[in-house]
Design a protein around this ligand. Sequence first.
Ligand code: MG
Length: 173
Amino acid sequence: MLSEKLQKAINEQINAEMWSAYLYLSMSMNAEHLGHKGVANWFYIQYQEELAHARIFMNYLSSRDCRVLLDPIAAVPQQWASVLDMFVMTLEHERKVTSLINELAAIAQDDRDFASTNRLVWFINEQVEEEESAREMIDALKAVEGNKYGMYMLDKELLSRTYVEPSPLSGAE
Ligand code: MG
């Protein structure tokens, strides 16, 4: 069993991952509306990844004989003026998620809960990738700013992104 404090914090993190999923789904729909199918695809995959993050935490709580308690998911923004705005918000949001994951790791460390620490290491590494991919997208968008053909080609490239089940769910770890 986990400490009450860590159980509560992980349940809150499940809600945060679901909120992230809903945020990226909203961005995906916004991109569809703006006519950028590749960007919509990128965010739809991001949405699927966030659902997987929530699932990993739910599986973990269950495996440690803890209750999963699902709270309401708060509203997310619905409109962004540009694709760049969406990725700027994505980077800000992922930095916030990183600090939440770090907080969970700090609680697990205080508890000397090594199994939880071990589970959280996957998320710590995942956050490095999440921030990096948002930064790369911002760089790519800035490189094509004001260039419609460049944006068209970038959007086409983003259509090729495919969803890969994270290793804690696919059994690859
Ligand atoms: Mg996440």
